[in-house]
Design a protein around this ligand. Structure first.
Ligand SMILES: Cc1cc2nc3c(=O)[nH]c(=O)nc-3n(C[C@H](O)[C@H](O)[C@H](O)COP(=O)(O)O)c2cc1C
Length: 221
């Protein structure tokens, strides 16, 4: 698979089957991903790979919290800016509409937030979740590094025939996650990445994008 194909075929997949992911595949991907760049070569991320019984247990606890309408743990970083304006708000709304339609959740369903949280808490059925943490002392530059690292992992997963879904939703239950993985207080949870093989016979969601010319300016060419 070439890089263009890996980038184009990566989607946030929200329906995984329960086929296990061999440990040697995860090791191959995570070893290759150590080549991700970072400013000053700090490599500021720390990843916990959770599967099997510990993941089943974690899903059980977080799903129970979601279904009880638990608002979640105090956030350590905002998911989005408070004042999200156009064009970002338009893109956000368009993607949310596409996403909920694909998941079969009605826009006016009063239980929509609970249902979304519960699906996320189940890691959309994925048999593996990678939890990506950063040292609490790190700043915006290192958060950007962590984003590059996560994308590197997700593209390498495509080369192995695997799919993924990055999930900031796990930060809602960060205390439960940190207890499961044994992360100490010096670490901040950036996101979880659900990993697995995609379920057959589910709608394939290809989320729209702004045209390249809306987000890129060529100067001097
Ligand atoms: C850091 C990050 C966090 C995300 N968190 C969630 C999440 O909690 N739940 C979810 O369903 N999708 C999540 N997504 C997926 C985005 O919704 C998705 O990438 C975006 O809508 C574009 O769709 P695509 O990745 O399928 O092309 C997240 C993506 C990123 C990069």
């Amino acid at each position: 698979m070439d890089v263009y194909e890996a980038v184009d075929s990566r989607r946030a997949v929200r329906a995984f089957n329960d086929e296990p992911v061999p440990k040697e595949v995860l090791e191959r991907v995570l070893t290759a991903a150590t080549r991700a760049p970072s400013s000053g070569n700090l490599q500021p991320w720390h990843v916990y790979v959770v599967t099997g019984e510990p993941l089943a247990d974690l899903k059980k606890h977080t799903t129970a919290r979601a279904l009880a309408g638990d608002p979640g743990d105090e956030r350590e970083y905002p998911m989005y800016p408070d004042e999200l304006a156009s064009p970002y708000l338009d893109r956000f709304s368009a993607a949310a509409t596409q996403r909920y339609e694909a998941l079969g959740i009605e826009r006016d369903d009063p239980d929509r937030p609970k249902k979304i949280a519960a699906l996320n808490s189940q890691a959309f059925g994925a048999p593996v979740v990678l939890f990506c943490y950063l040292d609490r002392m790190m700043g915006p530059g290192q958060w950007a590094d962590a984003g590059m690292y996560v994308q590197t992992v997700m593209l390498l997963l495509r080369a192995e025939g695997l799919h993924s879904c990055p999930q900031v939703m796990w930060t809602m239950y960060r205390n439960t996650v940190s207890r499961t993985v044994g992360a100490d207080d010096d670490l901040v949870l950036f996101c979880g990445i659900s990993v697995g093989f995609e379920k057959e016979d589910v709608p394939r969601l290809r989320t729209g994008r702004a045209d390249m010319t809306e987000t890129v300016s060529f100067i001097g060419v």
